[in-house]
Design a protein around this ligand. Sequence first.
Ligand SMILES: Nc1ncnc2c1ncn2[C@@H]1O[C@H](COP(=O)(O)OP(=O)(O)OP(=O)(O)O)[C@@H](O)[C@H]1O
Length: 232
Amino acid sequence: MNATLVETTSVTVRYGTATALDGVSIRVAAGELVALIGPNGAGKTTLVNTLAGILRPAAGTVAVRGRLGVVPEGRQVFGSLSVEDNLQLGAWRTRQRDTTRIYELLPDLRRVRRQAAGSLSGGQQQMVAVGRALMGRPEVLVIDELSLGLGPIVVANLAAYLQRLNAEDGMAVLLIEQNARLALRLCGRGYVLEAGRVVAEGPSAELRRSPEVIQAYLGNPVSGPEGPVGVP
Ligand SMILES: Nc1ncnc2c1ncn2[C@@H]1O[C@H](COP(=O)(O)OP(=O)(O)OP(=O)(O)O)[C@@H](O)[C@H]1O
């Protein structure tokens, strides 16, 4: 079994008296693509912020053993800064400021590298957010809603970049998504989070056959092997 990079064990997180995560245990090993799906309010962003160390669990443990990169919900690019400067900010930890590899991976960004990030489309801003996280050379990338507000072609392109990074660099990904169809196609394994609890987990192929998952998230069975992701 590959080394564990990210692991939560029975993690509970509260906002005041409200429990947002209730005994959540998940694991991401080196080289894995892992999906975490769930409806609005399930606790997905709370989990991301807990992994990032922004929130502290009331109970349980969080272990992050590899370099962690985070693409936060809503992208949070610096709108008045150029694309290049946004990417450079991602190098604060490694101080390796060479953006060549990022533009190789995300060639659409090269063309707009001098533009203010705030003037870009939603899809381009999401690429900036991904590129900025990649500048930290993460061993595991946590993405909070890759597909939010983006068209299917942009999402398919971004998914293909993630597959490439996973295949070429062995980067692990924890993909947190409301688009279950996309997440369970892209990732080999997944978790279903509902009302702060993991209610199902396993290989994506099994989750895609689960009547509960089909009813709640997919609408109809999704067949075929994992990726490459076409139209989500
Ligand atoms: N700052 C906060 N203060 C109080 N309650 C919060 C806070 N942030 C989130 N919550 C509550 O915690 C629960 C989980 O919220 P969270 O944002 O983690 O869910 P989510 O799965 O990311 O939802 P979405 O898909 O809508 O972004 C929700 O019931 C939410 O109302």
